[in-house]
Design a protein around this ligand. Structure first.
Ligand SMILES: C[S@@+](CC[C@H](N)C(=O)[O-])C[C@H]1O[C@@H](n2cnc3c(N)ncnc32)[C@H](O)[C@@H]1O
Ligand SMILES: Nc1nc2[nH]cc(C(=O)O)c2c(=O)[nH]1
Ligand code: SF4
Ligand SMILES: [Mg+2]
Length: 269
């Protein structure tokens, strides 16, 4: 259900005059801005292969140059849906007992908490895919946290939409150690790093050192996953072998991107 509406396009155009509002088409009362809602196999992480309903909100506080969900971050597109309608749409997939709330950055929205509470009350296992810069109190079963390394920064050369205007803001925000620490302390967590090459490893090791020093709970290597950078089969073919070797060298897990292997970059997969 890739969606948009003229009203929302107008609202976003207005919001574009304000730097903060531009980041996400945030909170028009009840409900959430939904970019797509679909049934697929979880493609990433510890639950890879699990049939799941994906609820993708629009709006993000970061701008990774490689973002595979361009229409939730760089150019947000969505329709506002009530929480009742979202839960009803999820329940239509009767085979599923897992829901993945993703984005964009789902936790920028206050109403994400209400949605997670409703899904939890309805008996679903709820995974939240988050960049780790925002902590909220909610009945999250798996916090799938993907902290962003410097390899994500939209420098002028890599900016998909401009000339690096977002680079500094992105860099300032991409790691929030307090939010990250609270997430690992409060939830069953996997840390899913997007890796392109060897140069990314020192940064991961340093971040883990800092997180382990700050957190009141252990952060075992088995909860650290290396995921190859690539939104397409062609790009993954360039990154995945080296990333698999790095996982072996460091004793971290490797996660494939099953949905990209199966369906490449098709929407609603
Ligand atoms: C689109 S993001 C949405 C959730 C949240 N904003 C985040 O970044 O974790 C979903 C997942 O896709 C990953 N991702 C996005 N673009 C990617 C790419 N080109 N290659 C590999 N992983 C990517 C993110 O790191 C995250 O784990
Ligand atoms: N099949 C599938 N698995 C996924 N796991 C995390 C995803 C995401 O975009 O957050 C995702 C996605 O977009 N598709
Ligand atoms: S944090 Fe997630 S949604 Fe936001 S730009 Fe990066 S990959 Fe895309
Ligand atoms: Mg995805």
């Amino acid at each position: 259900m890739p969606v948009s509406s003229d009203v929302e396009a107008e609202r976003d155009a207005d919001a574009g005059q304000d730097a903060d509002a531009e980041e996400s088409p945030i909170d028009a009362g009840d409900g959430l801005p939904i970019n797509e809602l679909f049934y697929s196999l979880q493609g990433e992480g510890r639950l890879a292969g699990t049939p799941s309903v994906f609820v993708r909100t629009s709006g993000c506080n970061l701008r990774c140059w490689f973002c595979d969900s361009y229409h939730t971050s760089w150019e947000p597109t969505h329709a506002w849906e009530s929480l009742e309608d979202i839960v009803a749409a999820v329940e239509e997939y009767e085979e599923a007992d897992h829901v993945v709330l993703t984005g964009g950055e789902p936790l920028v929205h206050d109403a994400a908490v209400d949605l997670i509470e409703r899904l939890d009350a309805a008996g679903y296992h709820v995974t939240v895919e988050t960049n780790g810069t925002i902590h909220r109190d909610a009945p999250i079963d798996l916090a799938s946290v993907s902290p962003k390394l410097s390899n994500s920064t939209p420098t002028a050369e890599r900016d998909p939409a401009g000339e690096g205007e977002w680079a500094e803001r992105h860099d300032d925000r991409r790691i929030d150690m307090d939010a990250l620490t609270a997430l690992v302390e409060d939830y069953d967590t996997q840390l899913k790093f997007v890796v392109a090459d060897d140069e990314d490893l020192p940064e991961i090791l340093d971040l883990l050192d800092r997180l382990r020093a700050a957190a009141a709970v252990p952060v075992p290597d088995e909860d650290v996953l290396l995921m190859p950078e690539g939104a397409t089969r062609e790009r993954l073919a360039e990154t995945r072998e080296r990333v698999a070797d790095l996982a072996l060298e460091h004793g971290f897990r490797y996660t494939p991107r099953l949905h990209v292997d199966l369906w490449n970059d098709a929407p609603e997969t």
